[in-house]
Ligand binder design. Structure first.
Ligand SMILES: [Mg+2]
Length: 230
């Protein structure tokens, strides 16, 4: 019987791609670049590359946060103080929120009250707090485990072990990890001995070593799946 849900935030509950695109465009404008679609796509590629390196343990979180801006603005021939850019970007990012279709109703009306909800996010605390508050999500989560506050990132086993230790009476067998990222959510869940649900709107194919236990198209499909699992 599933009792505990570990839910990822970005691109699982909230539309991070949209938030990121808006925030990076505002940041470009703030540093004198015209915010074109092509530049937004380029930033996204550089950003993803940095987060993947973090997941592989090749970069630290502070290196990701600033390094992506050094790389991006450097390519455009603009010399910036990456700490300043990161702060500006995160300020824009922390403002406002966009739910993925059906996600708000699913969390607030279907999952809440039936399961114990825990947020499991690799984001930056200041950004995640702003967005969680803006989206009025805090009342629905028993605790939020933001990696920087935990001291480890998903998919490390340590991230999950610290989180588990903060839930009195926690039982792994009664918990499931739900998220859109194979390399942080699904691998992390596996590393920690949890069952996993992959939110996979693009119907991508998971490589064998990252196969989740279950797949759904959007979070709105989760309540039905959990009833089937029992
Ligand atoms: Mg995510």
């Amino acid at each position: 019987m599933i009792q505990y849900l570990f839910l990822d935030l970005d691109n699982t509950i909230l539309d991070f791609s949209k938030a990121e695109s808006i925030a990076i465009r505002k940041t470009m404008a703030a540093y004198g670049l015209e915010p074109t679609d092509a530049l937004a796509v380029r930033y996204s590629e550089i950003n993803d590359r940095h987060w993947k390196a973090l997941e592989r343990g090749e970069l630290t979180k502070p290196q990701v946060v600033t390094g992506r801006f050094t790389a991006f603005f450097g390519e455009q021939g603009i010399d910036v103080n990456p700490e300043d850019v990161a702060y500006t970007y995160e300020t824009f990012l922390s403002q406002g929120h966009w739910f993925l279709p059906g996600a708000e109703e699913t969390v607030k009306r279907e999952l809440f009250g039936k399961y114990r909800l825990f947020l499991a996010s690799n984001g930056t605390p200041r950004v995640q707090r702003g967005r969680m508050t803006s989206a009025d999500l805090y009342p629905y989560f028993e605790q939020s485990f933001v990696s920087e506050e935990i001291g480890y990132n998903k998919p490390s086993k340590e991230y999950f072990e610290v989180a588990f230790s903060r839930i009195p009476g926690f039982r792994k067998e009664a918990c499931i990890m739900v998220g859109d990222s194979l390399t942080s959510d699904i691998l992390g869940g596996k590393n920690a001995g949890l069952r996993t649900v992959w939110v996979n709107p693009g119907h991508k194919i998971a490589p064998e070593h990252l196969k989740p236990d279950y797949e759904i198209e959007t979070l709105a499909d989760l309540p039905k799946l959990l009833e089937e699992i029992g």
